[in-house]
Design a protein around this ligand. Structure first.
Ligand code: HPA
Ligand code: ZN
Length: 348
């Protein structure tokens, strides 16, 4: 579209535009979409006992002080997932919410070790998720890809074992990522397993620079050779790195509500998303663990734009376009989404 028109769009149209614009979500841990109501329903269905007496008591425990305080509850919540149907139901609930937010494409992280370490077979996890992805495409028109994450607080040997279990299912996921506690678990701890995944032709991403230092972003790029950085907001501590990220258009999958909930920033007004975008980085907006952090995609967009006055219609368009640019799909599909994005903006 003629992007000069973007500045003519009145600011009061912004909330409606943010909601209506098509967008891709590239940083969503599917286990982080488990709402307390579904946790309790699955606990009942599977005869799992929970350390919380009610949905309200569980929700009240969602007062996090840092990443680890969240991860402790997140892994406890995932303990209700036992059967293929559970993984299917969890992912379908996410896709329904994503549809309401005009998400046209989602790349879902899943944490197999969280489940296989409890005795749930790898096939149970991935087959439930794949069936949900196929159903989302067929019934909701949302395309979806799966990215398998290694838990970085565990060993590289454990990651290799997980990769071994995943190989018979190689065609069911498009990439690998690195998540869980970042501090003290630098990307280079997983150099060999990422090199192997690269040989296998998998896409590579990693969480870096959420709680960990900017140096972890550099080693994720240089040692692991990742294509996208998940979070990455602490890049600002290294100005040369910021220049590099902009020059190479390395996507950052930023999660604003997550960052505030996990105290990476005191308030949304302190967030650096607008600055990074103005510096020319390929910033995207994502929900991370929406059931735990106070909102899905549109809530992230709405709260971020409400708190940061530098963000207007031009930036909304750029963020949606960036999400398509950063996705792991072919150019033709990106082109079609961009055309739809332009149609929505032209109709304002
Ligand atoms: O935000 C996160 N950071 C790291 N690991 C995670 N696992 C789920 N969510 C997260
Ligand atoms: Zn994450």
């Amino acid at each position: 579209m003629n992007t000069t028109n973007l500045d003519a769009i009145p600011r009061d149209r912004l909330p409606a535009l943010l909601q209506a614009m098509p967008k891709a979500e590239l940083h969503i841990h599917i286990e982080g979409s488990l709402e307390p109501e579904l946790i309790f329903a699955l606990a009942k269905r599977n005869g799992v006992s929970l350390p919380y007496p009610s949905v309200e008591a569980l929700r009240a425990a969602y007062a996090f002080t840092d990443l680890q305080s969240f991860l402790d509850i997140y892994y406890a919540g995932a303990s209700v997932l036992l059967k293929e149907e559970d993984f299917f139901d969890m992912a379908m609930a996410y896709f329904q919410r994503a549809k309401a937010d005009n998400v046209v494409h989602a790349e879902l992280f899943f944490d197999p070790q969280t489940h296989t370490d409890r005795g749930v077979p790898f096939a149970t996890v991935i087959d439930g998720l794949v069936r949900a992805c196929e159903t989302a495409q067929r019934e909701l028109g949302i395309s979806a890809l799966l990215i398998m994450c290694f838990l970085r607080h565990l060993s590289e040997e454990a990651a290799f074992e997980t990769l071994e279990q995943a190989l018979p299912h190689r065609d069911k996921f498009v990439g690998v990522g690195l998540d869980s506690g970042e501090r003290g678990n630098p990307p280079e701890k997983f150099a060999r397993v990422f090199a192997r995944c690269r040989e296998l032709g998998l896409h590579l991403v990693a969480h870096a620079g959420e709680e960990g230092p900017a140096a972890y972003i550099s080693t994720a790029l240089d040692v692991l050779k990742v294509e996208r950085i998940d979070h990455g907001v602490r890049c600002v501590e290294d100005p040369a790195l910021v220049k590099r990220l902009a020059a190479e258009r390395v996507p950052l999958t930023v999660c604003p509500l997550s960052n505030v909930k996990l105290c990476v920033y005191g308030t949304m007004a302190d967030h650096n998303l607008a600055t990074l975008l103005a510096d020319g980085l390929c910033v995207t907006v994502n929900s991370d663990d929406p059931a735990y952090f106070g909102g899905y995609m549109n809530q992230n967009f709405l709260e971020t734009f409400a708190a940061l006055p530098q963000l207007g219609p031009r930036e909304a368009h750029q963020l949606a376009a960036n999400s398509f640019e950063a996705s792991f799909v072919d150019e033709a599909r990106k082109q079609a989404w961009r055309a739809e994005l332009d149609r929505v903006f032209a109709a304002v």
